[in-house]
Design a protein around this ligand. Structure first.
Ligand code: MRU
Length: 351
């Protein structure tokens, strides 16, 4: 599959995920405000992919200043950098990867702000490194997590935590891919993920592209599927994991975790360390994005309820740590109690 995001000839190129599965079109971004808009409007989505877009967007924003006559004025670059970071981060509030990537880029800025040509090069190099690291992290998540699956298992997943949501390979779907690469016969059941249909539009598409068997269900079929023993495990991604292991992910994830507990199914969260937010002690502190009601009352312009209908449209929910069997990271598989397990992560201390 073509990467969902890359830097090409001075532009940030993204696959427009809003058009999938109908069309594969790429958007060429020549300014950081365009990148910010693509994050806000979900041309790119998925926590790690948003982080990568933020890094490239910041590198692009600083490159845009090249011709500015004020470049040598004291404080100019610093002020502009803050504006760029704010424009990029004020797009979506829940996925911590966005803020994590911006903080990493800020570290590069601090180290090289005195030398603009070098700063530009270093920011781009940092964005490319972050992109590559994410891909490698997904491979490691897959390697670690695939041990939890048996030959013949069917995995129930929600939203899209796959190649489309990351630098490639995926987190939850990375575990599935790695298990298949290890010779296990694994099938996937994908919840459609109302209202934005990331499951139906994206997860099903990317699994079909790879020839991985996938069956689509509507979200309200999950209890029935579990009762019928049609799935042996639930694996989802995350947008932000608090220090105690509470995990925010796409709306509907919490319901799946409750159902999985009732049916004694393992419930796994697969995520890189960049999704862990040690500064947020528990799930109550995770900001939950609320999106416009039109996403619920219509789909692609087709009305499914009266437009003036009152709507509540939180894009994410928080699954309490107590309902999570294990958190699969690139470093290791974390088991409860998650507080000490998260605190022990060597990679998190370096983050
Ligand atoms: O609103 P989205 O599509 O950005 O939400 C994405 C999710 O909730 C994913 O499950 C999560 O970011 C993990 S992606 C590896």
């Amino acid at each position: 599959m073509h990467p969902v995001i890359e830097w090409k000839d001075g532009a940030v190129v993204m696959l427009d995920q809003r058009l999938l599965p109908g069309a594969t079109k790429f958007i060429f971004h020549r300014g950081h405000l365009e990148v910010a808009r693509s994050i806000r409007e979900m041309a790119i989505r998925g926590a790690p992919a948003i982080g990568i877009a933020a890094a490239y967007g910041i590198a692009l924003g600083v490159a845009e200043l090249e011709a500015s006559p004020e470049l040598d004025r004291p404080g100019f670059l610093e002020g502009k950098f803050k504006e760029i970071v704010l424009a990029i981060t004020a797009t979506r509030p829940t996925a911590v990867n966005l803020f994590w990537a911006a903080a990493r880029m800020e570290g590069v800025f601090r180290a090289h702000q005195a030398d603009y040509p070098r700063l530009r090069r270093e920011l781009l190099a940092a964005a490319v490194a972050l992109d590559r690291e994410d891909y490698e992290n997904n491979r490691s998540i897959g390697r670690n997590g695939q041990r939890l699956l048996q030959d013949g298992d069917t995995v129930l997943t929600h939203c899209n935590a796959g190649a489309l949501a990351t630098a490639g390979y995926g987190t939850a779907l990375g575990v599935v891919r790695a298990a298949i690469e290890a010779g296990k016969r694994i099938k996937v059941i994908a919840g459609e993920t109302r209202p934005y249909l990331q499951g139906a539009r994206l997860t099903v598409w990317e699994l079909q592209e790879d020839g991985i068997p996938v069956t689509l269900i509507t979200d309200n079929m999950a209890g029935h599927v579990m009762k019928k023993k049609l799935a042996q495990a639930v694996i989802v991604g995350a947008d932000r994991i608090a220090a105690n292991g509470d995990a925010a992910n796409k709306i509907g994830t919490y319901s799946l975790a409750v159902l999985a507990r009732h049916h004694a199914l393992p419930f796994y969260v697969a995520a890189p360390l960049s999704t862990i937010d040690p500064a947020t002690s528990d799930g109550d502190g995770i900001p939950i994005e609320e999106r416009e009601g039109a996403e619920v009352t219509s789909f692609r312009g087709q009305m499914t309820a009266r437009p003036q209908t009152a709507v509540y449209n939180p894009a994410f929910d928080v699954t309490p740590a107590a309902l999570i069997t294990a958190i699969i990271t690139e470093e290791k598989i974390l088991l409860p109690p998650f507080g000490p397990a998260i605190a022990s992560l060597a990679g998190l201390r370096r983050k």
